[in-house]
Design a protein around this ligand. Structure first.
Ligand SMILES: Nc1ncnc2c1ncn2[C@@H]1O[C@H](COP(=O)(O)OP(=O)(O)OP(=O)(O)O)[C@@H](O)[C@H]1O
Ligand SMILES: [Mg+2]
Length: 298
């Protein structure tokens, strides 16, 4: 949402197709902002504020900064911040602004997979032989693939050898991540609930924001359980109008419902290979990263 104009089809897409429940508003720049209410200190007066997107991100960065400071026992002023490779120039600028608001000086923004590839390289480079690694990173909302060439370069003047990391391809797929699976599970549960005898002639369960919120909370658990178990019993007491949903979800049933999702899982790999001009046989190793890859079928 960062830097998106408020008058954009994207917001109605998020609300309709992705069930985003937040209240979006236009900030004074015409960009997507967030409406928040708070109580005026000392009084009971309720005030409404519009937060800039950068302010929201600054809150996240500040929390991250506090975690890191607590862990390291030192105060932190500088940061290297990872971003998706598909961020626009404007989004990158706004990320730097957000870090300033959080009291951090952004030394550099680097792509998430580049950070992963660097860590991997530092850990792993005990060989001089050049090799190619494909990083597959499925997160909550997107999947990014990078193909990275590791080699060593020897400086003829000093005869010193240096590790060299070359990102030879970067591809991504938006709306291919854990959240898509959450939506599929929410729809599965909603349809089961809607077809209950007691719900005949009643509105779709998905039209109640609070209930939808509860469903989304539940499906994250279900998804995790189904990653290590073949089925899960779901008990949602008094889900809506004192009607409960008791059901069992099989992993297989979930996988069938998500078939169109799984059909897209290899797309960013194909794109990255084309970009790199390589065939999969020319890749020496594949490393999988991110929470999304815990789903067995992925
Ligand atoms: N055991 C699990 N089984 C299934 N899904 C899981 C599991 N653990 C985490 N996830 C999912 O992984 C996703 C989060 O992955 P990750 O932490 O890599 O995302 P992120 O880096 O925060 O997001 P993004 O890269 O999209 O900005 C969530 O959708 C979460 O539900
Ligand atoms: Mg990620």
């Amino acid at each position: 949402m960062l830097g998106r104009p408020f008058e954009d089809d994207f917001i109605s897409f998020l609300k309709k197709e992705r069930y985003f429940l937040n209240e979006f508003v236009s900030d004074d720049r015409g960009l997507v902002g967030f409406k928040v209410s708070r109580k005026e200190e000392g009084t009971n007066e309720k005030l409404e504020d519009i937060l800039y997107n950068e302010e929201l991100i600054a809150m996240l960065l500040k929390t991250g900064k506090q975690f890191a400071e607590k862990q390291a026992g030192v105060s932190i002023k500088d940061a290297v911040i990872t971003i998706p490779s598909w961020f626009t120039h404007q989004q990158r600028r706004m990320m730097v602004d957000a870090s300033e608001l959080a009291g951090l000086s952004a030394l550099q923004l680097i792509h998430e997979n580049t950070a992963v590839a660097t860590m991997y390289g530092i850990d792993r480079l005990d060989t001089d032989a050049a090799h190619t690694v494909l990083f597959y990173n499925m997160g909550g909302v997107d999947t990014e693939v990078s193909i990275v060439r590791y080699s060593t370069i020897t400086d003829p003047a000093t005869n010193k050898t240096y590790e060299h990391i070359d990102i030879i391809a970067e591809a991504f797929e938006k709306n291919l991540g854990g959240y898509d699976l959450d939506i599929i599970l929410v729809n599965m549960l909603a349809e089961q609930f809607n077809t209950l005898k007691e719900r005949q002639g009643q509105p779709d369960i998905r039209s109640y924001p609070r209930t939808l919120k509860r469903l989304f909370k539940e499906v994250v658990k279900i998804k995790d359980i189904l990653s290590s178990n073949k089925f899960m019993q779901v008990k949602l007491s008094e889900l809506q109008d004192y009607v409960s949903l008791f059901t069992t979800i099989q992993r297989k049933e979930f996988e069938n419902a998500a078939q169109s999702f799984f059909d897209r899982v290899l797309d960013p790999i194909d794109k990255a290979l084309v970009q790199a001009g390589l065939s999969i046989e020319q890749v020496d190793q594949v490393e999988i990263v991110g929470g999304g890859v815990r789903v067995p079928k992925v």
